[in-house]
Design a binder for this molecule. Structure first.
Ligand code: PLP
Length: 400
C-alpha cells in the first residue's frame, strides 16, 4: 500500500466523512506549489478557497507567527493584549471602515454580522422586537452554522439539520425588482456576496450592487457584503464592492486575512452599527487573540507590500482571455474577476479536476459543472502559462 493509500484509509476509518477531497495527501507547500507524501509537486489553483492569497507558508507570516507564539498566544478578552489595538487601527485605516470586531472562522463573522444587523434594526431603526428581517440571495454561501445553513438554498446543506432560525427572506441573486419587493419596514439588512464563489464564481449583472446599495439607503436597511472569499485582492480590488463604486454599511472578511496560518475573521462597520454591541453582548474566547492579530497584521502588510491586489488586477484579465482561447466543445462559459475564474462546462467538472491533478495542477469543481481557478495572488505570468499548458492538455484529452 502506498503512503497515500495508507493515510486515506486511516482518515476514512477514523474521521467523519463530511468531505469528498481529491485523493492527494499534501505534506508541504511553498508559494503556489504543494508537494504530496509521494514527492509529487502540484500548482495549487484553489489556494484553500482564497485563504492563502499570500501563497503557502509565506516566510514573513511564518516569522511573525513564530515570534508571537513564543511571546503570548491567548489572553482571552478578559484581559487586553498588545496586538489587538494595532490590528484594529491598521485594518480600519486600510479599509476605511470605522470599527472592527475580530472573530475566528468566517461563519462566526457572518453570525456577528447577523447579530449586529438585527440589533441595529431593533435598537436604532426601531423594528419591533424579534421582527427584524434579513434579505439574502439564492445560491448564497455564508458558512455552516445552523442559522446560516437555515437560509441556504442548497438542499444538502440543510437536510436533517432543522429546525432553522426564522427571519430570513431569499431573493434570486442579481434581481433588483425582487429585492425591492422583499424590503419591508422590518428589513434590517441585505446580506450579499458581491460575486458568489461557492455557487460557481457567479458575477451579478453590472450595477446590481450599486443599485442594491441605493435601495438599502432609501429604505434605511444595511447593505452587508460577505467578502470572505471575494475580498482582500481576489478580484483585483481590495474588495469586490469597489468594482461598483460603492461602500457598503458593513463588510465581512476572513480566509486570506491570516494568509492561511491561523483562522482570523472580522466584521467591519460604522460607529453606529458597531455601537449596538455592549460588554457581554457577544464574544469569542479566541477572537482577537494576540497570535491571530499579529499574523493578520502581517498578512495585510504582505498584501500591500507585494502588490498582490495589483497582480490580481493585472494577470486576471489576461489569464481569462487565454482560457477563452482554448478550443473545446465542453466549455460553455468563462467568467470571473481578477484571478478568480469559473470555467462553466456542459458536463460534470470532477473528471477534469482529477485529470488536472494528474497533470500536476490542483483545483476543485464547484456546483458540479464549474471548474474554479483561484491560485495564490503571488502567482507569476510564467506560472500561469504553465497552468494554461496543463489545462489545454486536459481539455484535449477529455473532450475527445
Ligand atoms: C468560506 C466562506 C464563508 C465561511 O467561512 P468559514 O471560515 O469556512 O466559516 C462564508 N462566506 C463566504 C463567502 C465564504 O467563501
Amino acid at each position: 500500500m502506498s503512503k497515500t493509500q495508507k493515510l486515506i484509509a486511516m482518515e476514512d476509518r477514523f474521521g467523519a466523512h463530511n468531505y469528498h477531497p481529491l485523493d492527494i495527501v499534501i505534506k508541504k507547500a511553498e508559494g503556489v506549489w504543494v508537494e504530496d507524501v509521494e514527492g509529487n509537486r502540484f500548482m495549487d489553483f484553489l489556494a484553500a478557497y482564497s485563504a492563502v492569497n499570500q501563497g503557502h507558508c509565506h516566510p514573513r507570516l511564518l516569522k511573525v507567527m513564530k515570534r508571537q507564539a513564543a511571546k503570548v498566544c491567548l489572553t482571552s478578552r478578559a484581559f487586553r493584549n498588545d496586538q489587538l489595538p494595532y490590528f484594529c487601527q491598521e485594518i480600519c485605516e486600510l479599509t476605511g471602515f470605522a470599527k472592527v470586531l475580530p472573530m475566528n472562522s468566517g461563519a462566526e463573522a457572518v453570525e456577528t454580522a447577523i447579530k449586529a444587523a438585527r440589533k441595529w434594526g431593533e435598537k436604532v431603526k426601531g423594528i419591533a422586537k424579534d421582527q427584524a428581517e434579513i434579505i439574502v440571495c439564492a445560491d448564497n454561501f455564508h458558512g455552516r452554522t445552523t442559522t446560516i445553513v437555515g437560509f441556504s438554498t442548497e438542499d444538502q446543506y440543510k437536510d436533517g439539520f432543522g429546525p432553522f432560525t426564522p427571519g430570513f427572506k431569499v431573493i434570486p441573486y442579481g434581481d433588483l425588482k425582487a429585492l425591492e419587493k422583499a424590503i419591508t419596514p422590518s428589513t434590517a439588512a441585505f446580506l450579499v456576496e458581491p460575486i458568489q464563489g461557492e455557487s460557481g464564481i457567479k458575477v451579478p449583472p453590472a450595477g446590481f450592487l450599486a443599485q442594491a446599495h441605493e435601495l438599502c439607503r432609501k429604505h434605511n436597511a444595511l447593505l452587508i457584503c460577505d467578502e470572505i472569499q471575494s475580498g482582500l485582492g481576489r478580484t483585483g480590488k481590495l474588495f469586490a464592492f469597489e468594482h461598483e463604486g460603492i461602500v457598503p454599511d458593513a463588510v465581512i472578511v476572513g480566509k486570506a486575512l491570516s494568509g492561511g496560518f491561523y483562522p482570523v475573521s472580522a466584521f467591519l462597520s460604522s460607529e453606529e452599527v458597531m455601537g449596538v454591541f455592549h460588554p457581554g453582548d457577544h464574544g469569542s474566547t479566541f477572537g482577537g487573540n494576540p497570535l491571530g492579530m499579529a499574523v493578520a497584521r502581517e498578512a495585510l502588510r504582505v498584501l500591500s507590500d507585494e502588490k498582490l491586489v495589483e497582480n490580481s488586477a493585472k494577470l486576471g484579465p489576461w489569464f481569462m482571455e487565454k482560457l477563452g482561447e482554448i478550443e473545446s466543445k465542453s466549455i460553455q462559459l468563462i467568467r470571473g474577476k481578477g484571478l478568480w475564474v469559473g470555467m462553466v462546462l456542459d458536463r460534470p467538472a470532477r473528471p477534469y479536476c482529477e485529470a488536472l491533478m494528474h497533470e500536476g495542477m490542483l483545483c476543485k469543481e464547484t456546483h458540479e459543472t464549474v471548474i474554479r481557478l483561484a491560485p495564490p495572488l503571488t502567482i507569476t505570468k510564467k506560472e500561469l502559462n504553465m497552468a494554461l499548458t496543463r489545462i489545454k492538455k486536459v481539455f484535449k484529452k477529455l473532450d475527445g
